[in-house]
Every structure is written in structure tokens, then in C-alpha cells.
Design a protein around this ligand. Sequence first.
Ligand SMILES: C[S@@+](CC[C@H](N)C(=O)[O-])C[C@H]1O[C@@H](n2cnc3c(N)ncnc32)[C@H](O)[C@@H]1O
Length: 219
Amino acid sequence: MAASLVCNGKTVCDVGCDHGKLSLYLVKSGRAERVIATDINKMPLQKAIDLFSENGVSDKAEFYLTDGLQNIGDTSDITHVVICGLGGDTMAQIIENAPFIKENMVQLVLLPAQSGDKIRHYLYTHGFDITAEHTVGENKKFYSAITAVYSGNVKECDAYECYIGKSESCEGADAKGYFEMVLSRLGKKAKGLTIDTGSCPQDILDAIEKTKQLIAKAE
Ligand SMILES: C[S@@+](CC[C@H](N)C(=O)[O-])C[C@H]1O[C@@H](n2cnc3c(N)ncnc32)[C@H](O)[C@@H]1O
């Protein structure tokens, strides 16, 4: 899903590339002219290197054993950064530590494995526009792929915008599954805050109500 959101990529970074399948798809499908694949762990990165070698496309990729996008050399040709399967807070840190993303208005494609609220909050409050979201289900788990780009528009956001964001316009079974998962997280958050502080902020209660309405609409 996430890779299909990359169009006409020149150099595309795949952060946390693991086995390298996403990177390979980007190159083979022509969605990227070349990729920079990074991973913080040696074993997955080696798998990605081997996969490119087996497919005869090693000349289309550079591989870096690094945290996020640190020390990856020339960044001037990078059009897209794809980060899939990491937590929203880790994604935010990786983006924050890579100023070229803002400077060059690089397109972001983000598929958080968890803490989608954290990455949306970071994007809204650090001048990025969320351009679209696409919900996806896999093995009974549900995710939302977020596309974003830096615009300089800093925006405060409430719980609904952080937890649901632009996924509100998604439809179908995957969207419903995603909204149900978010509702469960919001419920746990509300319960925790009520136990800790004696009350739950109104924006969380509002987000719960609006998410219930999305689920009812998706049925
Ligand atoms: C769940 S896998 C995601 C695989 C792949 N992106 C996908 O969606 O199929 C997470 C990968 O990210 C790597 N990783 C975790 N934190 C990282 C970081 N800060 N920088 C780069 N890679 C990281 C892990 O080593 C692991 O290979």
C-alpha cells in the first residue's frame, strides 16, 4: 500500500527497510529511479543488500546502517521518504533529525505500526500538511498510510485530529476496522486519564463520540 503512494520518485529513502521488499518494489515498478535504504540493525540491512543483489539491481540502491536518515550523504535528489512499520514517535524523531525534509519539501509516506496520534500531532505542530490518508488491513490489524509535505503552516490539533486525522474520509471494511481500533485506544486513554487525574479532557470525549459516528457510518 505505502509504496503505491510514491509516484515519479527520483531518489526515494526507505527508512527501516528490513528485508528490502518495499525498496525493491519501488525500483522494479519504476516508482523510484533509485533508493536509499537504511536500517538501524545489521541483519535486516544485509537481507536487503542480498535481495537487491539476487535481483540484479544493486546499482539502483545505496544501503546505510544508521539511525533514520543520519549520515546518508548527498540528500539533494531525494524526492520521497517512506517510513513503514515504525512507531509514530520514532518517525517524528527521524523526521525532526533530517532537516532536508523540510528544506526540500520532500514528500513523506508514513505507515505507523502504532502511535498514529503521535506522528499526526508532530506533523500538524511542525508545519507539515497531511495531504491524504489511506486505511489498510492486514492479518486483522489496521493501519493508516499518511502522506504529508512541509508547508510551514503550524496548526494546533485536538484529540480527534491526532487520532483520526484525514482517515475520516476513508471508507470500507479496512476503514471501519481502523476506526474500531482507534476507538479502543481512545477508550483506554480516557480510562487511564480518569483514574490518574479524576477526569477526562473534553476533546478526548468528543473524539470518542465522533469516532463512534464514523463506525456507524462505515457499517
Ligand atoms: C517492522 S520492520 C519494518 C519493515 C519495513 N519497513 C516494512 O514495512 O515492511 C522495522 C524495521 O525498522 C528498523 N528500525 C527500527 N528503528 C529504526 C531507526 N531508528 N532507524 C532505522 N531503522 C530502524 C528495524 O531494524 C526493522 O528492520
